[in-house]
Design a protein around this ligand. Structure first.
Ligand SMILES: *Cc1c(COP(=O)(O)O)cnc(C)c1O
Length: 373
């Protein structure tokens, strides 16, 4: 099976799997326990907290472990806006974009049901959310801006530093969903001026069910927990801390950046595009500018989609630009925001390569596309 869907989830690195098994076996104690075994677990959690903090230029005390980026996004947006922070009391406006991850849009919809107003910014023709558009949407009652770093369908990188600057100058909180960009491109929370940043382990070949939220100056900030509990994670996220998953997240943070760099050197996407051209397949690339090196959206104008999918069902794992729910075909909200028709969206695929993709496999995929035209 040729797996072209790492933007949805990476397979585990073998070393991550080893850490998982070892930690489940040996570090079984509860990190909140005061005995030696508990303290050992707590130390191992805090080592990963430091690793992640180092990776993003933060302090370990500003990192909260969660179950993943979905929960981190919930904690950032609800935790800030539903808190008792007096500065936010009369501020009821949120700025986000129409191309955020589905979970972010669901959270914003929920905030609307609580009386907040949300502005959904549209991307420019390159698929980017510009700092100017953020600036133009700010109001006196804007409490929070939430814009993602790397887009999970296009692989594009939004100008987070510039957006952060706009938020800083206007004294507005800034949350950034960085699930797709962690360990793949430079992140510096100070340089970016973010107040909150969301991460997920399974987008860097770690296990599913673990992630983190960066919260600037957490100790001095009012945050309402989403999961109330017994004081874990500085009282911000209840529940016994998932130490084996965190340890495995740590192994991924340690190993993934170099593996990704090595992968990037193979220029897999360039080879894919050159092969498409050499084979005479008409395609367009969606999203332009600075992009991730493993993930890209393509529209294959002459391809017969059902034929391509049917004939490669057990050979290639494709991510299509439209999610089919029973009989109804719905174009993805990202492609819709870019002005795609339903037909165009149907012919659009997100290609996201695994670390060990070979040129032979890429050629196989290109030939499969050619056969379906
Ligand atoms: C995968 C992803 C999420 C969700 O992360 P989980 O850890 O699976 O909850 C959120 N945002 C983006 C951009 C993602 O790619």
């Amino acid at each position: 099976m040729i797996y072209l869907d790492t933007a949805a989830s990476y397979p585990l690195l073998p070393e991550v799997k080893e850490t998982l098994i070892k930690e489940f076996e040996n570090h079984y104690a509860n990190s909140a326990a005061s005995h030696y075994l508990g303290e050992e677990v707590n130390k191992s959690i805090n080592r990963v907290r430091e690793m992640l903090a180092d990776e993003i230029g933060a302090f370990p005390s500003e990192i909260v472990f969660t179950s993943g980026a979905t929960e981190s996004n919930n904690l950032a947006i609800k935790g800030a806006l539903l808190s008792k922070d007096p500065k936010l009391k009369s501020k009821k406006h949120i700025v986000t974009s129409a191309i955020e991850h589905k979970c972010n849009l669901a959270i914003c919809n929920y905030m609307e049901s609580l009386g907040f107003e949300v502005t959904y910014l549209m991307p420019n023709k390159n698929g980017l959310i510009t700092a100017e558009s953020v600036k133009g949407a700010l109001r006196v009652d804007t409490a929070l801006v939430s814009i993602m770093h790397a887009n999970n369908e296009l692989g594009t990188l939004n100008p987070i530093k510039e957006i952060g600057q706009v938020c800083f100058e206007n004294d507005v909180l800034f949350h950034c969903d960085a699930a797709q960009s962690l360990c793949k491109t430079e992140i510096d929370v100070d340089n970016f001026n973010v107040d909150f940043m969301s991460f997920s382990a399974h987008k860097i070949a770690g296990p599913k069910g673990i992630g983190a939220l960066y919260i600037r100056d957490l100790r001095e900030r009012e945050i309402e927990p989403v999961i109330h509990g017994a004081g874990q994670e500085q009282g911000v996220r209840g529940g016994t801390v998932a130490s084996p998953l965190i340890a495995a997240f740590g192994t991924a943070i340690e190993l993934f950046p170099l593996r990704y760099k090595e992968f990037s050197k193979t220029k897999a996407l360039e080879f894919f595009k050159e092969s498409l051209q050499a084979t005479g397949i008409t395609y367009s690339e969606n999203g332009h500018g600075e992009k991730l090196s493993h993930c890209c959206s393509f529209t294959f104008h002459d391809v017969k989609v059902t034929k391509l999918i049917r004939e490669n069902d057990e050979k290639i794992a494709f991510a299509q630009g439209s999610a089919c729910s029973s009989k109804e075909i719905q174009a993805s909200h990202v492609l819709t925001a870019l002005g795609f028709s339903r037909e165009e969206a149907e012919k659009t695929f997100r290609i996201s390569f695994p670390l060990d993709i070979s040129h032979e496999q890429i050629s196989f995929v290109v030939n499969a596309i050619k056969k379906a035209t």
